[in-house]
Design a protein. Sequence first.
Length: 159
Amino acid sequence: MNIAVYVRVSSHRQVQTQTIEQQLERLQTHCQCENWFWEDVQIFRDDGYSGASLKRPGLDRLRDQVVRATFDRVLITAPDRLAHKYVHQVLLVEELERGGCQVEFVEHPMSQDPHDQLLLQIRGAVAEYERTLIAERMRRGCLQKCAGRDDASLEPSSL
């Protein structure tokens, strides 16, 4: 069986705390439990790339390989490592499956069962909502910090 794994972190802090390595360890453990040889697995990684964008070098290489029917299975720790937006997750999973790959989220196993699909949609929507809340809180924090300064050059609209 030809297996690919995809791992991603978006921030430099995540890169420094080695969450890519943690993802790889989880995926390697899963392969060992399934009696798949980790040495044969091809790894695609994106260090410091946001899941909000579909333009990522590791993901692009994976997608190019899948078009050539190189893999039978793609392992990913969780849907948010593939993409932040649920619609992007669906597009990518459909593309990978059209290329003959079974997509497996190791931490959140999913099937074609309607209940699992609904759960995936809900998780995607909640994750998107959480990211929006965090971004809004950060924006408000920056505005409050800037409002405390007497520097007239710092307009809230420029943030």
